[in-house]
Structure formats: structure tokens, C-alpha cells
Design a protein around this ligand. Structure first.
Ligand SMILES: *Cc1c(COP(=O)(O)O)cnc(C)c1O
Length: 410
């Protein structure tokens, strides 16, 4: 199978079932839904009242980046020189912002040479680094990352980056004196289920601006916008956008101040699934029938299923594609998955609800893997083979606020 089918018209794309029937994939099959990436990008950019920076680390696959571009994304949040190079190669006119608060001097220099002008920071040392390596140009933007109060996000990011109130205010003043554009940014944590978290972070931004006593040119509310997972339906996108609108209004920012966001997961999670094959099924003895049966599959936590591993233990939507074309049993039962590597940590407890007759050779399509799925794959233990196809199927799960045109509200 070629790495990407080059079709783009939806009707000409095969369905997942058709690709599986034709190819009998023995390695994980990554199924890209270009229409879903496009629709999510269009939905977010048309609703968000400012610039939408796609967080490249979430899924840097060129086909994904092109579909987001087609959906109206023109700004990119890059966090490494490699991401800057990738985006610049694909989109010579894209606006790239370097939003990692701790960068190597080399990365700053290379990004600057490739047209990046906005750089994040959360310390005075990093401010010096940026000013030294960019020779204080007339169009530099300095974005001070603040540490938002914890809470509301399934995946917390507050432990690693962000300046506390007094330091953020001091950095804002220093930045104001050094560059023509300054801003505040934060990240409330990924898969943030609580819209109010953005309100609390914006209130903290207000205290920092007051303490600094200088105007800002950019207020960046970061990423963290959630999608649906089994038994986890987040509040609709509009709830987040109203909290942000209210929080920003309270700041009384200058009229020319830009609002930015940096969504990753919300734009790309639903657009990619992975079809895995069952290598073995092991049922537990009658005495231990409360334990889920185990399916040994050909992808795992060192592949695209990192977030399903024991550290986070996330559940993902699943769909059985029987190998022999039979109609699967209606009765579902819980299964746990083991990945293909020899590591006993390569285990995904789920539970994943599948037809009770799932057996060796069957395929399972696992959805919502467009975010932090293929981006986290490794070659550990030799399991780095994968097949790719673009498909016309809708996502396995709908997220409130992103329903495809014409589909009914869930
Ligand atoms: C990872 C990251 C994002 C994207 O976060 P999501 O939760 O995927 O929306 C945005 N900004 C920064 C600085 C990040 O590190």
C-alpha cells in the first residue's frame, strides 16, 4: 500500500472496510479522514474570535497539515526547529510562532532565519537568549507563559512551564522595553473538561497585567480544548468560547490586542483511526470470569496507543471488522489489549467493549487517534511498520460543537 492515496474528493475515497477487505493489512493501518480535519479546522477558525495556531506536535503528518490548511489554518504553534522547518517547507506563507518556553540557541537562530518572530518564554534567562540570538529586531514578539491554576484537565501541564504572578509581571515589563510586541500565554492542560479553567487563567492574566502596568498586544489562551472519548463527552465548544469571551472582556484590553488560541487535540483527534489485527485471544478461567479477556494486537503503547497504556489508561472507541465477513455477535463484552512488544508495560486495560466472538485474525478499528497517536510512535522492538490510507468514513465518535454538516445532534 502506498503511504498516502492522493485522492481528495470524498466520493473517490474508499471506506475503511473496503481498504481492509482489499489489503488484509498485517501491520497497523492508519486511516486519515481529510474531510474531518478540514471540517474541524473550519469550525474552530470560524467560531474563535482571533488567530488559531495549530499545535504541530499533536500530529505533524504532512497530509494532516495540508487538510488543516485547506480548512483555513494559517498559523502554527511550533515547539522545535524540526517543526518550524516542516511547516515552512509545506507552507512558505504560514505564520509560525515558537511557543516552547525553553529553546536551544540554535533553534532560536534557525527559527528566526525561517521567518519566526514570536517566541514564548517564562524566565529572564530565556528572554536574554531570545534577544541575543535574534539581535533585537524591530518586529519581535515576546510571549510570557504564565502558570495557570491547576484543575479541569485530564492531562495536566502545569508542572513544567510557566512563570508565577510576580515573575510574569516583571517579564512583561522587561519584554515591553525590549520588543514592539508582547503578550501573555498559558496552557490549561490537555483535554480540559472544565470551561471555567480558561476563565481562571484569564483572571490571573488580568492580575499580571495590572501588576506589570504595561499594555499587551496578544492574549493567547493556548490549547486544551477537548474531544469525546467513550463515556467522556465534554461540554460543547461554544461553552469554552463564551467563558473565554467573558474573561477577555473583563481584561479591558486595548482594541488592537489580538486574541490567539493553540488547539491541537480538538482539531485532529477525530480525523485519524488505526486498524489493528488480533494476534491471539486469551480468556480467563471460569473462576476468574470477572476479569476481561485479553486480545493480543499488533499495535500498542510504543506505537499509536501510548495514551491507552497504564500511565493514562484512556479508553478509545472501537469497532470490529471480522476477518471472515461474518456478522459479529450482538452481545458485547469487555476486553483488555496487549501490544506486540515484549514489554509487560505494553498493556491497555481499557476495558474495550467488543462483540463477544472476536477472534484471531479479526481487525479492530480504534478511533480518536489523530491526536498524540501516530505522533508518539517508536521503533521499539522492531514494530515500526505501518500502512496508511485516506478514507471517506466519518469519525467513530462525534464531539459536541464539531458535528459534521447534515448530521443530527447527538
Ligand atoms: C501541546 C500544546 C498545545 C496543544 O494542546 P492540546 O491540548 O492538544 O490542545 C498548545 N500549546 C502548547 C504550548 C502545547 O505545548
Amino acid at each position: 500500500m502506498s503511504k498516502h492515496h492522493r485522492h481528495s474528493a470524498l466520493a473517490t475515497l474508499p471506506s475503511v472496510a473496503e481498504v481492509v477487505a482489499a489489503a488484509h493489512p498485517g501491520v497497523p493501518l492508519h486511516c486519515l479522514r481529510p474531510h474531518t480535519f478540514r471540517a474541524n479546522a473550519r469550525r474552530f477558525t470560524s467560531r474563535f474570535p482571533g488567530d488559531v495556531l495549530y499545535a504541530v506536535k499533536c500530529n505533524p503528518e504532512p497530509a494532516v497539515l495540508r487538510a488543516l490548511w485547506a480548512g483555513g489554518i494559517r498559523h502554527f504553534d511550533a515547539a522545535s526547529a524540526g517543526e518550524v522547518r516542516l511547516v515552512r517547507r509545506l507552507f512558505p506563507k504560514a505564520a509560525i510562532h515558537f511557543m516552547h518556553p525553553v529553546k536551544s540557541r540554535e533553534a532560536i537562530r534557525e527559527a528566526f532565519a525561517l521567518g519566526v518572530r514570536d517566541f514564548a518564554l517564562d524566565s529572564a534567562d530565556e528572554l536574554d537568549k531570545i534577544l541575543e540570538e535574534t539581535a533585537s529586531p524591530h518586529d519581535l514578539g515576546l510571549m510570557v507563559r504564565l502558570a495557570p491554576p491547576r484543575g479541569g484537565a485530564v492531562y495536566d501541564l502545569s508542572g513544567k512551564f510557566g512563570a508565577p504572578l510576580a515573575e510574569a509581571a516583571a517579564l512583561l515589563r522587561l519584554g515591553r522595553a525590549a520588543a514592539p510586541r508582547v503578550g501573555l500565554c498559558f496552557h490549561v492542560g490537555s483535554q480540559c473538561l472544565e470551561p471555567a479553567a480558561y476563565g481562571r487563567a484569564l483572571a490571573l492574566a488580568g492580575r499580571i497585567i495590572a501588576e506589570a502596568g504595561v499594555p499587551i498586544d496578544v492574549m493567547d489562551v493556548g490549547g486544551g480544548f477537548p474531544v469525546s472519548y467513550p463515556e467522556e463527552v465534554p461540554p460543547p465548544l461554544d461553552d469554552y468560547l463564551s467563558v473565554i469571551a467573558e474573561g477577555v472582556a473583563r481584561l479591558g484590553l486595548p482594541a488592537q490586542c489580538r486574541l490567539w488560541s493553540e488547539p491541537g487535540r480538538a482539531l485532529v483527534a477525530p480525523g485519524q483511526s488505526v486498524v489493528v489485527q488480533v494476534l491471539a485471544r486469551r480468556d480467563n478461567a471460569e473462576t476468574d470470569s470477572a476479569r476481561p479477556s485479553a486480545l493480543y494486537i499488533n499495535d500498542g503503547v510504543y506505537g499509536a496507543l501510548s495514551d491507552a497504556g497504564t500511565a493514562l489508561g484512556w479508553r478509545f472507541p472501537v469497532r470490529l471488522i471480522p476477518a471472515d465477513g461474518r456478522t459479529p455477535m450482538a452481545a458485547l463484552r469487555p476486553f483488555e489489549f496487549f501490544g506486540p512488544t515484549c514489554d509487560s508495560a505494553d498493556r491497555m486495560r481499557g476495558p474495550f467493549q467488543l462483540p463477544a466472538d472476536v477472534t484471531e485474525g479479526d481487525w479492530i478499528e480504534i478511533g480518536q487517534l489523530g491526536a498524540y497517536g501516530s505522533a508518539l510512535r517508536t521503533a521499539f522492538n522492531g514494530f515500526d511498520q505501518a500502512a496508511w490510507s485516506e478514507v471517506r468514513d466519518p469519525p467513530l465518535l462525534a464531539t459536541p460543537g464539531y458535528l459534521a454538516k447534515g448530521s443530527r445532534a447527538a
